[in-house]
Design a protein around this ligand. Structure first.
Ligand SMILES: NC(=O)c1ccc[n+]([C@@H]2O[C@H](COP(=O)([O-])OP(=O)(O)OC[C@H]3O[C@@H](n4cnc5c(N)ncnc54)[C@H](O)[C@@H]3O)[C@@H](O)[C@H]2O)c1
Length: 271
């Protein structure tokens, strides 16, 4: 596919998965807008892409604020003339026991992960509809299907993103606009570094998580970016409303590999 002139906005592209997605678009020759709340990270990410690919425009955006989302889309159209792909990647994760949770904790996660995805989609779709083309890709999570204790707002937000994907997909299909989600499992970004840094024995901590993943490892941010690029491309023109799991199989297992290996059913189950 020829990506020349393709314009992609990636929210939260100042680090982690979003940065890898922005790089993937720049690499193939698309124009990329880095819509990021953290000015320092956003400017650094844009400068890096400019130096390596001659692409990358930083637009400071807090996705939880409607005025920011509207202005970011306007700035994109002013710079490049149109918008082809919006990637709603900005998100905050957060684990805390429910009985210690304050209203502000709930609001912070829901405002960025759920409301932010809606607001950016709403203003991006407004400029996509008249052209009758475009696509929206929401970075959801394995938490759309299965979750952990003490992750209530995050699980609720990501499950909401999953159904928002379906609802937007059917509303905008008549315009030829596709809306999909990619749901990553554990990915090597700051959160994975934090897990290892917090452990007394990082090697043991790594193995503990690998034992729960059928493919036996954590994925790279680039592996998520590859799925996003596929969905944005003309290889995926009949896919809309999908939620693609990029999770190493973690959400299709009944029990972990380690759990099963300790007591395999073979020889125990009699007909
Ligand atoms: N890393 C994982 O294991 C994993 C797994 C499943 C899903 N995800 C999802 O992938 C996405 C990216 O995760 P990551 O690990 O790269 O996180 P990250 O913390 O490395 O990056 C998130 C980026 O979003 C930005 N951001 C936060 N609030 C924002 C706001 N209000 N407006 C604009 N930008 C904002 C941050 O500044 C940061 O640059 C998130 O939606 C996350 O929920 C991550």
């Amino acid at each position: 596919m020829d990506w020349k002139g393709h314009v992609a906005v990636v929210t939260g592209a100042g680090s982690g998965i979003g940065q890898a997605i922005a790089e993937r678009f720049a690499e193939v020759g698309a124009e990329v807008v880095i819509a990021e709340v953290n000015r320092q990270q956003g400017e650094a990410a844009a400068a890096d892409l400019q130096a390596r690919y001659g692409k990358g425009l930083f637009v400071r955006t807090d996705v939880s604020k409607a005025a920011d989302c509207r202005a970011m889309v306007q700035r994109t159209v002013a710079a490049y003339g149109h918008l082809d792909t919006l990637v709603n990647n900005a998100g905050v994760n957060f684990v805390k026991p429910t009985l210690q949770m304050e209203e502000a904790d709930w609001d912070r996660v829901i405002d960025v992960d759920l409301k932010g995805t809606f607001l950016c989609s709403r203003y991006a779709l407004e400029v996509m509809v008249p052209r009758k083309q475009g696509n929206v890709i929401n970075i959801a999570s394995v938490h759309t299907l299965a979750t952990l204790p003490e992750a209530v707002p995050y699980a609720a937000a990501k499950a909401g993103v999953r159904m928002m994907t379906s609802a937007l997909a059917i509303e905008f299909a008549p315009y030829g606009i596709r809306v999909n989600a990619v749901s990553p499992g554990l990915t090597d970004t700051q959160i994975w570094q934090d897990i290892q840094n917090a452990a007394e024995n990082p090697a043991e901590a790594r193995q503990h998580w690998y034992d729960n993943i059928p493919l036996g490892r954590v994925q790279t941010a680039r592996e998520v970016a590859n799925v996003v690029l596929f969905l944005a491309s003309d290889q995926a023109t009949y896919i809309t409303g999908a939620n693609i799991m990029s999770d190493g199989g973690v959400t299709v297992q009944l029990v972990s590999r380690a759990h099963y290996a300790s007591k395999p059913l073979e020889g125990q189950v009699k007909r």
